[in-house]
Design a protein around this ligand. Structure first.
Ligand code: E4P
Length: 223
């Protein structure tokens, strides 16, 4: 399962990308606004693209098909490898169909059910972003719905890729991998939590302490 970082924070993206295990970035209007409401969106997106080079999903804000297609055209003019993130609404499906006809990759976002996921796939989405955390917030078990979606994908051999999104904690990353999601897009803080283990820290400290003890002994022996 590939891992993307779900943020628009340049410092976080730079650090995550430097660690070598991230292959893409997803953004959305809320993530961009959280960083700096006055940010020039095009400039920020291009900065992110330069840093990571891999997958970058950029979300449209129009809610009608024509508006979404115009925005997609503009985003593609910034950098042709962009994946256009489209909301899971009827007009979004029509826009997805048209962009797929033009061979422009799309990421249908705000997907919460298997029927929505099926519609997005059939409209030609390249990626289907299934939101876990927000589903758990309303006491609907996200892992079970994601498992169902992945099973349906396997049964039918669908080619679109499932992104587990709205990840809130490392257990969501594990659930996504177990369900068979192709990708999990993970907030920076959760990515860092995934790397941490107290036994790693304690083990490293013990190795360093023992090495230093050995060096001190050697120094003593050599006078
Ligand atoms: C997906 O691409 C979205 O950007 C994101 O995962 C939303 O997550 P949230 O529910 O934490 O806002």
């Amino acid at each position: 399962m590939e891992l993307y970082v779900d943020t628009a924070n340049i410092g976080h993206i730079r650090h995550a990308a430097s660690l070598g295990f991230i292959s893409g970035v997803t953004t959305n209007p809320s993530l961009l606004a959280k960083e700096d409401p006055s940010v020039d969106v095009k400039q920020r997106i291009l900065e992110i693209h330069e840093l990571v080079g891999g997958h970058l999903s950029v979300e449209v804000i129009s809610t009608d098909t024509k508006g979404m297609l115009n925005e997609a055209e503009e985003i593609i003019s910034w950098f042709p490898q962009a994946t256009i993130k489209i909301p899971m609404i009827p007009d979004g499906l029509a826009a997805t169909k048209e962009l797929s006809r033009q061979n422009i990759p799309t990421n249908v976002t705000l997907v919460f059910s298997t029927t929505q996921a099926l519609a997005a796939n059939n409209a030609g989405a390249s990626y289907v972003s299934f939101f876990m955390g927000r589903l758990d917030d309303i006491a609907s078990g996200s892992a079970q719905v994601l498992e169902e979606a992945c099973e349906i994908w396997d049964i039918h051999g669908f080619e679109s890729l499932i992104i587990a999104a709205s990840i809130r904690h490392p257990a969501h990353v594990v659930d996504s991998a177990l369900a068979g999601a192709d990708i999990a897009t993970v907030p920076y803080k959760v990515l860092m939590q995934c790397l941490k283990h107290p036994l790693t820290d304690a083990g490293l400290q013990a190795f360093l302490d023992d090495y230093n003890k050995m060096q001190a002994e050697k120094k003593k022996l050599n006078g």
